[in-house]
Design a binder for this molecule. Structure first.
Ligand SMILES: [Zn+2]
Length: 169
């Protein structure tokens, strides 16, 4: 089932999400819908707050469904270590049509649980590290525009404000 993706302005996007502690059929159903929604968008990552659920859950697939081996669903992700930095243009499904250069760690090790509650550890670099950093930010109520300079952030915020007034957002 496709789920509506919340846009900037929705309060859920600013909240710190609660840990997932129930690894049941309900969680499986949510993850299945999130993956479907992520692919349809299309996007390479989706965090539960973006579909209005403030739980620590994210899905990532750099291949956007082309290669199922790249699909990762992770609960309670935690950055164990990170190294270096990368600068690249980044966007977000919750802030459509806006993008900017965001600095992210070049590599990182992420620890968390899969949807069965089993411990997982992922070594990510490049785009995957960027994606994990972006999704984990979502679980802490942080958006990519929060990582821009005040000037750039306000430019985007003001444009969104105008679009909201005219009903385009
Ligand atoms: Zn995002």
């Amino acid at each position: 089932m496709l789920l509506p993706i919340l846009k900037y302005g929705a309060p859920e996007l600013k909240k710190v999400s609660k840990p997932v502690d129930c690894f049941n059929g309900e969680l499986e159903r949510i993850v299945k819908n999130m993956i479907e929604t992520m692919y349809a968008a299309p996007g390479i990552g989706l965090a539960a707050p973006q579909i209005g659920l403030n739980i620590q859950l994210a899905t990532v697939d750099l291949s956007v469904g082309e290669d199922t081996s790249q699909l990762i669903s992770i609960c309670n992700p935690e950055i164990v270590s990170k190294d270096g930095e990368q600068k690249s243009e980044e966007g977000c499904l919750s802030i459509p049509d806006f993008s900017d250069v965001v600095v992210r760690p070049r590599t990182m090790v992420v620890r968390g649980q899969n949807i069965r509650g089993e411990e997982v550890r992922i070594e990510a670099e490049g785009l995957l590290a960027r994606c994990f950093s972006h999704e984990i930010d979502h679980l802490n109520g942080i958006l990519f525009i929060d990582r821009l300079s005040v000037l750039k952030r306000n430019l985007i915020k003001n444009k969104i404000k105008k679009m909201t007034k005219s009903g385009e957002w």
